[in-house]
Structure formats: C-alpha cells, structure tokens
Design a protein around this ligand. Structure first.
Ligand code: ADP
Length: 581
C-alpha cells in the first residue's frame, strides 16, 4: 500500500514537473480495483476537468484506503473521490467536504448511482441462500475498512445477530483489488465473498469471470445489478479543508455541468446520513466512541439498573449493619443474662451454705465454747500458781495449753469463715479427699451432738480432679446434714463417707443407716423446694446436683445395702482446661 502511495506521489510530482508553470490540481481516488483500473475509470472525469480548467495541471492520484487517508492528512491533495464510508470518516477526521456526488445514468450497467454489496457464492452451493446462512461459513472480503466491500454487509449481518468476526468459520481479507475476493470464492478458498454491488456483473461483462459461476446471495435486482444489501448514496467528489474556496467552486460548477458520458455523471452532493447510520449502528469510524460510552451516557442508558444496583447495595449495607447490631445486642444480652444467672447461682450457693451453717450453728457454737472454757480453766490455774509462787513449771505448761486451745478455737472459726465466704467458684486440680476431710471435720461436732458416728474411708492414689474445693465441701456437708436429719429416730446412727477411683473419675459416697428413701422422696428428691422437714427449704439436693453437674459430674441416690440411703457423686478427671459456669 505504501509503495502505491509513494509511486502515486512520485507520479504526481513528475506530472507537476512536466506541467512546468501550470499549478497542479491533485485529485486522490480510491483505487479499489487497482491503480490502472482507477485511472481508466476516472479518465472521462479527468479529461473533462482538464478541458474545463486549462490553467491547471489536473492529476489523478490512485491510492488505496490507507494511502488516501495519509494523503488527505498530509494535505498533498486538493480533492478526493472515495467511497461514501471512507468519505464520512475523512469528513469527521479532516474536515473534507463533498461538492458533488456520482449520479446514476439510465444507460449505466457498470456504474450504478448507489453503493451496496453483493455476497457471492458458487452457483452450486444450494445450502447458501440467505445472509443468515453465512453463520459458520468461510467469508472473504477485501479489507475490514472497505465500505461496499465489507461494512455494508457487516451492518446487515449485525442486524440479524451475526457477528462476522466471531460467528463465521473464518473471515479472510484478500486486500485490493476486489476481484481477488471473487476469485477466492470461485476457487473454493471461501464459501462466500463480499463484492461491491455491480462488480460481479462488471467482471462478467469484461470476461474476467465465467458468467453464472457465482451467484448473488438474496439478490435484490437494482440498477441492473443484484444486491444482497440495502443501498447507500454513491461516491462523493470532495474538497479538502485547505483547498481554496474559489477553486472548489470552479470544480463544482464544472462537475455539475459535466455531460453524461460513459455512464459517469455528477450531481449535487447527496445526503450521506444513511452512511452515518451505518457507522453509528456498527459503532465504528466517527462513532467508535460509542463502544466506550461516557459516564453520562452510561447513566442515561442504564440509570434504572444503576438505581436498582444502588438500592441493592444500600439494602445490603443496611442489612449487614442491622445483623451486626442484632448480633451485638444479643451477645450483650446473653452475656448479661449469663452473668446474671451466674451471679444468682453464686448467691444461691452462698445462701445455701449460710443455711447449712445456720443448721450447724448451735453445734459449732458448742465446738468453739469448748476450747474457750478450757482456756478459762487453764488461765485461772495459772493465775493461782502465779499468786502462790508455787509451781512455775505448771504456769509454763498452762500457758502452752492455753495457746493450743486458742489455736483450736481459731481453727474452727477459720473453717467457718472460709465456708461462709461469698466467692466465685475457682476450679483447680485437686485431690478430692481434701475437701472431703474438711467437710467431715467441720461436721464432727454436729455429728457428736446428734449421736452420729462418722467414718471416713479415703481411697488412696486418686487421680486429681478439676473442681472447686468449696463446692465439693458444700455438697458433702449437705449430704452429711441430710443423713444426720434422716437418722434422728434411727438406731444405730452411722454415716460412712468414702472415696474411690472409678471409670468416670473419682466417686464419693455418703451412706447412712436411716430409714432410706420413701417412694415420694425417691421420685422428687432433686426437685427444688421438695422437703419433708418442717423447717426445710428443699433446695439442698437440687443445688448440690447443679453444682456437681456444672463440674461435669453426676449425683444420684440409692438404697444402702444394709438399709438407709446412699448418695453418690462423681467428679471427672479433667485433662484439658474446663470452664466452670
Ligand atoms: P431439705 O434438707 O431442706 O429438706 P434437701 O433438698 O436437702 O432439702 O432434701 C430434700 C428431701 O430429701 C428431704 O426433705 C428429705 O425428705 C429427703 N432426703 C434427703 N436426704 C435424705 C436421706 N439421707 N435419707 C432420707 N431422705 C432424705
């Protein structure tokens, strides 16, 4: 193509040189059938203009699409004759203006006044009848930029939903001259080819192709030719933006006055709106920007969608925020409810401990009064000895005994205080026997006053359990107190406390020699507020079961083998950390 351009420019230059003083008038023409063909085709117009403008050296410059565009851009031409599509592009890009359009002639079979396309196939291809049959076929065309040679058909295909670049089995571009397309179809290299409207008839008339070898798809007869597409206004004769007004006027007048020779005739410039429509429909050339719509266009075309998307996003945001808020509120509620329940349980446990202490109060007071009475005795003995100065060693011994008794009393008070303290449960790894011994020791006085014997059989080498010391002590004390209460009318009165390792962990048993469990008590033992005692609360066992279960253990009652009841509970050996509720 470039070679063609350089050659043409050189040709033009040589013409200028040979034309000596006469200023040149350079007309670029689109040589879609090659330079030679173009020159001969435009010769009548050229000869006529030469006659009309003797003061000018009129030169024709045949170029291909790219070459013509480059020449217009560089301003090396005065006028241009090109196809309507190319004209519309040059007009948009370089301000080229049409001054005349080709008009048809009744006698013209080779030069119609319109531009259209003929899609040709080999005559025997009965499978190809309509443009829609081109889907999946091999299609040949001269160039993707050709107007009648490609774009006119492109538009028709686009309208029936076929994208020539993707929906065909291959799009071959032969390059100019356009005859190559007809040859490719004739030789079977392509199933169909796009020719400028009337070119097939022209080629047949010139004997360049066997008549009847090719057939026009969906051929609509028009201007003596068959067309596969709608028709567009014919080629314009246009001036470049820099061409002097006077010269343009002179040429226009000459063209309009040009007699109808060999089928060429010029008329007033046609309306190229249909060509604009094609470019807009295909979003190419001056309308390529439509492929990249602006934000404003997007907004205009898609605002309902945008609004919907926006509403969707807003809804989603609100939904997320609401869910987040609800989750937080619920978590806070649960947390506070959990904390509240925990606090209430702790208070209940504490209350139950105080109640237990209350039940043991007189016994405990008695337990404390004993060392106090002993202290008083030893003190008066010492006083006596000191006054009489008789037995100084006895005084020393007496003081030692006082100290021992005071320690005993302090020990009792300490144990009561520890038990009565209000605190949250603290789970720790411990030997279950520890709290068992503590409970039994605290209970001894009560047992003594009730005439109850307590035996303690501690299992040796027990695995450590993860539990709260005070809770275990409380449960055991509760069971001891219940046992003592149950045996008030029994004889003998004995409580056997024992611990041992079992499959579940460590088991603790509190067995009594009382009357055993009545059927009603057996059924309702662990119900809150179930009591058979006149001043009982009925909370001890239900609370004990809750405390044991909270530590992963079980608490249940059975009949003791020798009569009476046995309460058993387990504490699991814990390997991992446990959350104590
Ligand atoms: P309270 O001691 O205040 O009655 P508990 O929940 O500790 O509440 O006990 C509920 C009831 O279970 C007692 O009133 C009693 O009837 C029965 N009970 C508990 N321990 C024994 C036992 N060792 N032998 C027989 N009955 C018992």
């Amino acid at each position: 193509m470039r070679v063609l351009l350089i050659l043409s420019v050189l040709l033009g230059w040589s013409a200028v040189v040979s034309g000596a003083e006469a200023p040149s008038l350079r007309i670029g023409v689109l040589a879609f059938r090659g330079a030679e063909m173009a020159e001969s085709e435009w010769e009548p117009t050229l000869a006529y203009l030469r006659g009309q403008l003797p003061q000018r050296h009129v030169v024709i410059v045949p170029l291909d699409l790219d070459g013509l565009t480059t020449a217009v851009k560089s301003g090396s031409l005065d006028f241009v004759i090109t196809n309507p599509g190319h004209y519309v592009e040059l007009e948009a890009a370089f301000g080229v203006t049409r001054i005349a359009s080709l008009s048809g002639s009744a006698s013209a079979t080779t030069l119609p006044a319109m531009v259209g396309s003929a899609v040709v196939v080999r005559a025997e291809r009965t499978d190809l009848n309509r443009l829609s049959d081109l889907r999946g076929s091999r299609l040949a065309a001269v160039s993707p930029e050709a107007f009648g040679g490609f774009r006119v058909v492109w538009r028709e295909l686009a309208e029936i939903g076929i994208a020539p670049f993707s929906d065909t089995a291959g799009l071959q571009f032969t390059g100019f001259p356009m005859e190559a397309v007809a040859e490719a179809v004739a030789e079977g290299k392509a199933d169909a080819g796009i020719l400028r409207f009337c070119l097939l008839e022209q080629m047949e008339a010139e004997g360049r192709i066997t008549p009847g070898l090719l057939r026009v798809l969906g051929g609509i007869p028009s201007h003596g030719c068959l067309s596969s597409t709608r028709l567009y206004p014919d080629w314009p004769f246009a001036r470049l933006a820099a061409t002097p007004e006077a010269l343009a006027k002179q040429v226009a007048i000459a063209l309009l006055a040009m007699p109808e020779g060999d089928g060429y005739a010029w008329t007033v410039p046609a309306d190229y709106q249909p060509v604009h429509d094609l470019f807009r429909a295909l979003k190419i050339g001056p309308y390529a920007y439509l492929r990249h719509p602006s934000a404003r266009q997007l907004l205009r075309d898609y605002w309902p969608w945008l609004v919907m998307a926006l509403l969707g996003v807003v809804w989603w945001l609100v939904h997320v925020a609401r869910v987040e808020y609800l989750v937080r509120r619920r978590t806070a509620e649960l947390r506070s409810a959990h904390a509240e329940a925990r606090l209430r349980r702790e208070e209940m446990e504490h209350g139950a401990r105080l109640a237990l202490l209350g039940e043991m109060a007189s016994s405990l007071a008695h337990e404390i009064s004993q060392p106090l009475a002993a202290i008083a005795n030893y003190a008066s003995g010492c006083q006596r000895r000191l006054t009489s100065h008789t037995d100084p060693e006895g005084v020393t011994e007496g003081v030692g005994l006082i100290a021992a008794q005071a320690e005993r009393a302090a020990g009792i008070v300490k144990r009561i205080r520890a038990f009565a303290r209000k605190r949250s449960p603290v789970p720790q790894n411990l030997d279950a026997n520890g709290p068992l011994v503590e409970a039994v020791e605290l209970f001894q006085t009560v047992a003594a006053r009730h005439g109850v014997g307590v035996s303690l059989d501690l299992g040796q080498g027990l695995p450590p359990v993860l539990a709260d010391r005070l809770r275990i002590e409380q449960v055991v004390l509760n069971l001891l107190q219940n046992a003592a209460d149950a045996m008030s009318k029994s004889e003998p009165r004995h409580i056997a406390v024992s611990s041992s390792a079992v499959a579940e962990g460590v088991e603790i048993r509190v067995a009594d020699t009382g009357p055993g469990l009545s059927p009603e008590a057996r059924a309702r033992l662990f119900e809150p507020f179930f009591t058979t005692k006149p001043d009982g609360l009925g909370l001890g066992l239900s609370l004990s079961r809750t405390m044991i279960e909270a530590q992963g253990g079980r608490l249940w009652a059975e009949d003791a083998p020798g009569g009476g009841a046995v309460f058993r509970f387990t504490l699991p050996v814990t390997t991992g950390p446990t959350e104590i509720p």
